[in-house]
Structure formats: C-alpha cells, structure tokens
Design a protein around this ligand. Structure first.
Ligand code: ADP
Length: 163
C-alpha cells in the first residue's frame, strides 16, 4: 500500500513542547511526518531564529522518532504537499482563536491542492497555553523556559534569546 505522508508546517521560532507533542501524536497516525519550517510573510523580519537554526532545534528533539524528518520551504504549502506526495497537513488547535485562521487556510489549501486533507489535532490541556512568542517573552524577562521547551534544546534557546 502507498505510504501515508503528512506534513506539519509552522514557524517553530522556536519549537515548543506543544509542537513536539503534536509531532509525537501525528507520527503514530501516519507512516511519515515531515515537519516543515515555513516563512510567513506576515512575520518576516520578526523571527528570533534563522530557518536553519529552527530546523536544527527541531532535529535535536526528534531523535527517538525515526519516521519524522525536518525540512524548510519558501512558497505555497499546497505546492510543497504536491512535491513530497503528502496526503495530509497536520495542524494543532489550541483555542477558538486559532480556529478561524486555520479554517480559512484549510479551505484555501484544499482549493489549491484537492489531493491534500488538513487534519486538526486538539492541543493537550497541558500545552494549550503555549506559543513560541510566549517563550520568547518569558526568556527575555529571565523566566524559566525549561518548563515549556524540550530539554534537548533548553540551553541553545536560552543562549540565543538572552543575547
Ligand atoms: P505559533 O502559533 O506559536 O507561532 P507555529 O506557527 O510554529 O506556532 O505553529 C505551528 C502549528 O503548531 C500550528 O498548527 C499551531 O496551531 C500549532 N501549535 C502551536 N503551539 C501549539 C501547542 N502548544 N499545542 C498544540 N499545537 C500547537
């Protein structure tokens, strides 16, 4: 049977424990997950980590997940899905506030590439308050970010953000 490939797109600036949980859970649902670091033109210029740094941070956290890989892409997600043969786009939903934007993106992506389905996973109650921007704020104000990011990258993130 055909391999079921899903892509999990995001900014991952930096990857959080909430992201990693979605990666873990989706790696059980599909044969292969590609985590793809995207550049959102609305956020360009406001990233703390370069694309390469964001990719490498994710790689450090997925050592025990052999069916997960990391890539980056500048362009339309629908085209990336076509290029990789992915049949699903995975998205994590934290709250109603995520919904409207994600719903719109799902409909647009369906138009641009009818072969691909968007699959929403509900955030766990433990992680639903987490976002990359909250982590950046806490870190810059000397808070303990080790509560919110995978332990494999705590030092890298603190070193970069405190500078
Ligand atoms: P952010 O929204 O924090 O800037 P990204 O753009 O990197 O994050 O998010 C990538 C994907 O991960 C999106 O589908 C987003 O809804 C989801 N996500 C972000 N944080 C969490 C979380 N704490 N739990 C579950 N899903 C999340």
């Amino acid at each position: 049977m055909m391999e079921r490939i899903a892509i999990y797109p995001g900014s991952f600036d930096p990857v959080t424990s909430g992201h990693l949980e979605i990666i873990r859970r989706s790696s059980k649902l599909f044969d292969k997950i590609i985590v793809v670091v995207m550049t959102n033109y609305r956020k360009t210029g406001s990233y703390a980590f370069s694309i390469e740094e964001r990719e490498n941070l994710i790689r450090k956290c997925i050592g025990d997940l052999p069916n997960v890989s990391v890539d980056s892409y500048m362009g339309l997600l629908a085209d990336y899905a076509r290029k990789t043969g992915a049949t699903a786009i995975v998205k994590g939903l934290r709250a109603v506030s995520d919904f409207e934007d994600e719903f719109q993106q799902a409909l647009i992506n369906k138009k641009l590439n009818p072969e691909v389905e968007t699959v929403f996973l509900a955030a766990s109650s433990e992680h639903m308050f987490l976002s990359s921007s909250v982590i950046k704020q806490v870190c810059q104000l000397d808070g303990d970010v080790s509560l919110f990011i995978p332990k494999e990258i705590t030092e890298d993130v603190i070193e970069k953000l405190k500078r």
